[in-house]
Design a protein around this ligand. Structure first.
Ligand code: NAD
Length: 286
């Protein structure tokens, strides 16, 4: 089977970028990791190799497979190294102007036929794409955390996206072992839009002191079958990612009250209590 994209770049080697890079390599692509933060791409590669070593210990990979996979993930020194990539996946900070500036820089180095995608959780793919000369080559490609385990990928067509780009991305998601779902370019797409219903409401329940965080989490797991409660999920995602997502969906829906973000998450974000990544969130992570 020929992989749909033979050379994939992933920009942003954080929680999402490293997971996406891992499954892109598993699909058979050469992968380049780039991050603006000194040393972050190298740490991302190390984390991917550690995941594969765990799979080897469990007998799910043999030594030859581990070696082949490890040889497919490289750290890019600069944007110029991405020139020959046929797919660039952006997974940086959830800020539209920062993303738009990055896409302009990407388009200046890659070939006109390269596909460019954003892993944005909530921002308008159409609006990000307006930074490009060739908007038809850009789409949303939205993975979930942790990427290797969460099998759904939203493929989001912007206003000018070529349908063939979405078809090729959906095929690639399948080659990654994931399940693509086509979504319209609306704030939060499918999953993060539906997620407002319980995430924002859970914050209101806590804010009104009806129940504490742990009780709300426990009830939603025991009674509603959620794998993680809303506060556990906020800790996993990290508030520097999820609070801007709440704000962005609220703004894009013209301040519709039911999407109003919570002062609880705003205050915790300001205090740096981000979740697992800072060691302190709604729960403590020693
Ligand atoms: P993160 O903070 O873990 O990682 C972001 C990485 O991007 C960091 O390593 C940072 O150094 C790098 N970066 C920032 N600006 C950059 C730039 N201009 N150029 C290159 N690198 C840059 O964030 P994350 O959780 O991986 O989220 C990344 C994106 O994925 C966001 O758009 C977010 O909304 C989306 N997303 C996150 C989740 C989640 O659960 N965390 C789920 C789905 C989608």
């Amino acid at each position: 089977m020929t992989v749909n994209f033979s050379k994939t770049a992933v920009i942003g080697a954080g929680a999402m970028g490293r997971g996406i890079a891992q499954i892109a390599a598993q699909a058979g692509s050469e992968v380049l990791l780039l991050d603006s933060f000194e040393g972050a791409a190298g740490r991302g590669r190390d984390a991917i190799l550690a995941q594969w070593r765990k799979l080897q210990e469990k007998g799910k990979l043999d030594a030859a497979q581990l070696e082949a996979l490890s040889g497919r993930v490289h750290v890019a020194g600069s944007m110029q190294d991405l020139a020959s990539c046929d797919l660039v996946i952006e997974a940086i900070v959830e800020d539209i102007e920062v993303k738009r500036a990055l896409f302009r820089d990407i388009e200046a180095v890659v070939s006109p036929s390269a596909t460019l995608v954003s892993n944005t959780s909530s921002l308008s793919v159409t609006a990000i794409a307006t930074a490009l000369k060739h908007q038809e080559r850009m789409a949303g490609f939205h993975f979930f955390n942790p990427v290797p385990l969460m099998k759904v990928v939203e493929v989001v067509a912007g206003f000018k996206t070529d349908p063939e780009v979405c078809r090729k991305l959906a095929g690639y998601a399948t080659q990654m072992g994931h399940s693509p779902v086509q979504a319209k370019d609306t704030p939060g797409f499918i999953v993060n839009h539906a997620g407002r219903g319980y995430g924002t409401e859970a914050l209101r329940i806590a804010g009104e002191s009806v129940a504490d965080f742990a009780t709300i989490d426990r009830i939603l797991k025991d009674q509603a079958g959620f794998r993680l409660g809303p506060f556990e999920l906020l800790d996993l995602t990290a508030l520097d990612v999820s609070h801007p997502v709440m704000e962005s969906i609220y703004r894009q829906y013209y301040e519709e009250p039911r999407y109003r973000p919570s002062v609880i998450t705003a205050q915790r974000l300001a205090a740096g209590a981000l979740g697992r990544k800072s060691g302190e969130g709604f729960y403590r992570y020693p």
